[in-house]
Design a protein around this ligand. Structure first.
Ligand SMILES: [Zn+2]
Length: 78
């Protein structure tokens, strides 16, 4: 079980270079979603770290549902 950390996620996001004006795909969001949830749960500023993921969640019902599921799982696991 690897620990999530902002630097690693930003490295992943760095691979998606110059995507500021581009929407992420669901695959890209899914790749970091569990980390996104963990960071959010730890109180990290995910809207600043991963604005594209947050934006995708606001427009994609499928990913939002997955996000909510992960959040519930995380809450239940504590
Ligand atoms: Zn999506």
């Amino acid at each position: 079980m690897q620990q999530p950390n902002p630097a690693m996620i930003q490295k992943i996001m760095g691979m998606l270079e110059n995507t500021q004006e581009i929407e992420l795909t669901c695959d890209e969001v899914f790749a970091v979603l569990d980390q996104f949830v963990e960071l959010a749960a730890r109180g990290e500023d995910v809207s600043n770290l991963l604005p594209l993921v947050e934006r995708h969640l606001s427009i994609c019902a499928d990913c939002k549902e997955e996000y909510d599921t992960l959040k519930r799982m995380m809450a239940g696991a504590v």
